[in-house]
Write a protein that binds this ligand. Structure first.
Ligand SMILES: C[S@@+](CC[C@H](N)C(=O)[O-])C[C@H]1O[C@@H](n2cnc3c(N)ncnc32)[C@H](O)[C@@H]1O
Length: 285
């Protein structure tokens, strides 16, 4: 079995948020199964439905969690497609941990990072047709404007200029470096380029739309007293979660984190990626 060395983000907060009598939990973003493993070790009578949209990742999760295989059902699917994941079942807890992990940044075929010369891909789900290359080569000026304004919380002073550069150089865009070099020629800084990459990744994977769809219906798949815990790393994802939880608080659900939970300083020191994490929790009553 592959050894799990990593400590999952906000694991104490996640473990403490799971009711003691929780029997069935859906981990909607299982990745290599770090949260799932801790949950299985701490809740002896629990069964898990482990979901990830990335087919390679599901295989690694199966290996890492093989000692618990009788207790887990693996599903390769997007977490928001609850009707096909759960069919008629309801669960006691749903966990989402929405970070894009380092594995994706290191995967040369996906092109998630600006640091290496890679093809323009960026899909979580490798069966999906739309890639970053498709977007960069086909989107109109208005469509680019729309996604940059929607997926980034700050005003973009150079937005028109950036879009003009992308459209002008799109015919020669094959790799990450083609895009970074085209932008650098016009004095766009690396920090901004990283944000441009992030916006395109969010669009390729429809990350915010999927979260919105999930937030719209997850309560129908929770048992009474069932809970949903969501860890976000992006201000827009957190805002969507916060606003929806607030809305649902008036409708048979209780928002248990009116004040959002942050990782402790000790955790941030030990595990840098946790620094932008925020945890929110809601309960069905
Ligand atoms: C931060 S990792 C989760 C880490 C996990 N909690 C752990 O402790 O090992 C996020 C995972 O979510 C997956 N993911 C992203 N969007 C998804 C979606 N719409 N549906 C299902 N999985 C998704 C990614 O493939 C990635 O494996």
């Amino acid at each position: 079995m592959k050894k799990i060395k990593h400590v999952p983000v906000m694991f104490n907060e996640v473990l403490n948020s799971i009711p003691k009598d929780c029997k069935i939990l859906m981990d909607g973003t299982v990745w290599h199964g770090w949260h799932s493993k801790l949950i299985l070790e701490n809740f002896k009578n629990i069964k898990l439905i482990c979901v990830d949209r990335d087919p390679n990742i599901i295989e690694t999760a199966k290996q890492n969690l093989s000692e618990f295989k009788e207790k887990i059902q693996f599903v390769r699917e997007s977490y928001w497609k609850l009707e096909s994941i759960l069919e008629n079942k309801k669960v006691d807890y749903i966990l989402l941990d929405l970070w894009v992990n380092m594995e994706h940044f290191k995967d040369a075929k996906r092109w998630f990072s600006i640091k290496h010369c890679w093809p323009l891909d960026m899909r979580f789900d490798t069966n999906q047709k739309i890639t970053a290359e498709y977007i960069l080569k086909n989107y109109t000026k208005d469509k680019f404007k729309d996604i940059f304004e929607k997926y980034w919380d700050f005003k973009w002073k150079l937005l028109d200029e950036i879009i003009r550069i992308i459209i002008k150089s799109r015919h020669k865009l094959k790799t990450t470096f083609d895009l970074t070099n085209s932008l650098k020629e016009w004095w766009i800084w690396e920090k901004k380029i990283a944000v441009i990459f992030q916006v395109i990744r969010i669009e390729v994977n429809q990350e915010l739309e999927q979260l919105e769809m999930f937030l719209w219906k997850f309560q129908d798949y929770l048992n009474p007293w069932g809970r949903c815990g969501i860890i976000t790393y992006h201000s827009i994802e957190d805002r969507l979660t916060k606003n929806r939880f607030k809305e649902l608080d008036k409708n048979w659900l209780k928002n248990l984190t009116k004040k959002v939970i942050f990782p402790t300083l000790k955790e941030i020191e030990k595990n840098k990626p946790s620094r932008s994490a925020k945890f929110r929790l809601i309960e069905k009553i």
